[in-house]
Design a protein around this ligand. Structure first.
Ligand code: FAD
Length: 263
């Protein structure tokens, strides 16, 4: 459990950013991860008054405020339709409904956990983050950046992706994933394949799949996957086990995605 001395709810982003430059202060989301640690926080910075709690949709994109909860994301009908349920599928195994009613998108994406279902699914879509000082940058780039004192304002998902699938393997229903795999195909037919919980952070696998892959194309991609050196072992499984799961999940995800694009 952490200790927080002061609590502030800034009314401008500039004020929140200035407070966050002091390393003894911390932005608070749902505090579900923070409460697992033992930090002494001087001022807890609550972003609730900054208009970051909505999901906006226009012709081009979804704009998800950092203070939206995972449950709001899971239940959003626009994203459900547009991304064929893959966002909901990535979220519904995270702990339980009460937990997802508190955990925020900002806290989840800022943290860039190796086990993150959220990072994995967003990376398989055409996603960006909007930072208060850093502007709008691709999520892939953000995933590799060191932790800093900027404020994550929104996640933006472009509506270029046609269909996709999210699959994960867990030892028990609501545990951290042993391996996660998100696959999508955009309007131009290009595939994105992301593995999360490798156990490292979500990473793109360059499969070289053509728009309409035949059996030999899929076998070629699986061959590449077998020599992809980005799976490792931890308490949830060995690198070899993850590699075997990765192959099975990829075959399944390609088949499901192709079925959807045909429909
Ligand atoms: C027991 C447990 C099980 C979990 N299981 C899974 C799982 O299976 N899959 C999965 O994907 N995730 C899982 N998670 C992670 C969870 O879904 C959330 O990602 C996590 O709790 C962080 O969200 P939060 O809102 O609680 O953030 P907080 O704990 O409030 O904050 C986390 C960090 O983010 C920073 N922060 C928060 N918001 C912002 C912002 N807008 N800008 C900049 N920095 C910010 C905070 O300062 C802090 O450093 C689990 C977490 C726990 C505690």
């Amino acid at each position: 459990m952490f200790n927080g001395k002061n609590y502030l709810r800034p009314s401008t982003l500039e004020e929140a950013w200035t407070l966050n430059q002091n390393k003894n202060n911390k932005i608070i989301g749902g505090m579900l991860w923070l409460k697992m640690g033992h930090k002494n926080i001087s001022t807890m910075i609550d972003l609730s008054d900054l208009g970051l709690s909505t999901i906006e949709e226009n012709d081009q994109e979804f704009r998800i405020g950092a203070m939206c909860t995972l449950r709001e994301l899971e239940e959003h009908s626009g994203m459900e339709q547009f991304f064929s349920g893959m966002i909901r599928n990535s979220i519904e195994s995270i702990v339980g409904v009460q937990f997802r009613n508190l955990a925020t998108v900002g806290g989840s994406v800022y943290s860039r956990f190796g086990f993150s279902d959220i990072l994995t699914v967003f990376m398989a879509l055409d996603s960006y983050v909007e930072l208060y000082k850093g502007g709008i940058i691709p999520l892939e780039k953000y995933a590799d950046m060191p932790y800093d004192q900027d404020i994550l304002m929104r996640v933006i998902i472009k509506k270029r992706t046609r269909k996709g699938v999210y699959l994960s393997i867990r030892q028990t229903a609501t545990d951290f994933p042993v391996l996660a795999c998100a696959v999508s195909q955009n309007q131009e037919g290009a595939w994105k394949i992301i593995y999360g919980a490798r156990p490292g952070k979500a990473l793109a696998f360059e499969s070289g799949l053509p728009e309409k892959p035949g059996l030999s194309d899929i076998e070629e991609a699986i061959g590449k996957l077998k020599s992809w050196g980005h799976f490792a072992g931890n308490m949830r499984g060995s690198a070899e086990y993850r590699k075997a799961l990765a192959e099975a999940l990829l075959r399944k995800a390609i088949r499901y995605t192709m079925d959807m694009t045909r429909a």
